[in-house]
Design a protein around this ligand. Structure first.
Ligand code: R5P
Length: 315
């Protein structure tokens, strides 16, 4: 018999709108908790309802301010543990630091591993996340990880657009697997951009396009768009190769700094993202479409709670 009872979902301050939408899907209210900072910058957490023996899901994507939101989640996990929660699942729709997943230069950290250790040390029993930068990051955790993918949501939206003569373009070699999956779902050809990151600054250099894109509508796919630099150089390269229009899609719209403005001034036809993160700097631009992952997360939470398969959601 499971050693936990009723399902409850709580939210940190990172993305309360998403937590509310997940709860709407589940037909429950968001759990009551105080999560705030004292004047001295110390974070305080208190669950305002009984969590003893409950199956607790803590929703907290690692959005800006990233380090604060990570710390807030850790403190929430600790509070839940000390309040005798039956099981604690950290729901992290966007796992930041995913790009720091290997020692690829001398004397650098593997921060993704460090964060994973902190989450299990704090007391999380499971992790639920969406489209990690690299699937292998699952192995950094000592607790079970359910990694969902938003690709079917993106694919459904793009399919409905009925674009004429499209090609899916993976924006770098790391995007190949996901791009192939999207191309298969849409039944369209695939091309790949050969990209190189220059130094530790957010600068990328596009080297080559592998595949036939001339005269086609490009659908550029990435796991995340951060500064928008990779996407802008992808657009330029694809236009040089004779594409007629460029659409872009990704799971995580990090859109840091002036990314939105830069993309608004580009020839990009439409940017399709999901709501794993709150939209940076408020108001959304007319060319950004945000698709919700709340039903996806809600269904996964329902299944995890009920001991049902999560993998079968994608078959
Ligand atoms: C990197 O490998 C990722 O998949 C994305 O391509 C990257 O995070 C995008 O960053 P930016 O928008 O800053 O170029």
């Amino acid at each position: 018999m499971a050693n936990f009872e009723e399902l409850r979902v709580f939210s940190g301050n990172a993305h309360q709108t998403l937590a509310r939408s997940i709860c709407e899907y589940l037909g429950i209210s968001v759990g009551e908790a105080d999560v705030f900072k004292f004047a001295n910058d110390n974070t305080f957490v208190q669950f305002k309802e009984n969590v003893r023996q409950r199956d607790i899901f803590l929703v907290q994507p690692f959005s800006y301010p990233v380090n604060e939101n990570i710390m807030e989640l850790l403190i929430m996990i600790d509070a839940a543990k000390r309040a005798s929660a039956g099981r604690i699942t950290a729901v992290i729709p966007y796992f930041a630091y995913g790009r720091t997943d290997k020692k690829d230069q001398p004397r650098v950290p593997i921060t993704a591993r460090l964060i994973a250790d902190l989450i299990s040390t704090a007391g999380a029993d499971r992790v639920l996340t969406i489209d990690l930068h690299a699937g292998q990051i699952q192995g950094f955790f000592d607790v079970p990880v359910d990694e969902l993918t938003a690709l079917p949501i993106l694919a459904r939206y793009i399919k409905d657009k009925a674009l004429v003569d499209p090609v899916v373009v993976g924006v770098d070699l790391g995007a190949i697997k996901r791009a192939r999956d999207l191309a298969q779902r849409l039944g369209v050809p695939l091309a790949i951009i050969e990209k190189r990151r220059v130094g530790n600054e957010d600068r990328t250099e596009t080297l080559n396009v592998i595949g036939d894109v001339e005269g086609k509508i490009a659908i550029a796919l990435d796991d995340e768009i951060d500064t928008g630099g990779s996407l802008l150089s992808t657009i330029e390269t694809l236009e040089r190769q004779g594409v007629t229009e460029v659409y872009a899609c990704c799971t995580h719209g990090v859109l840091s700094g002036s990314a939105k403005e830069k993309l608004a001034h580009s020839t990009l036809k439409e940017l399709i993202i999901t709501d794993t993160l709150p939209l940076n700097n408020g108001a959304k631009s007319a060319r950004i479409t945000v698709l919700s992952v709340a039903p996806l997360l809600g269904e996964a939470i329902h299944r995890i709670h009920g001991g049902m398969s999560v993998g079968s959601m994608f078959q």
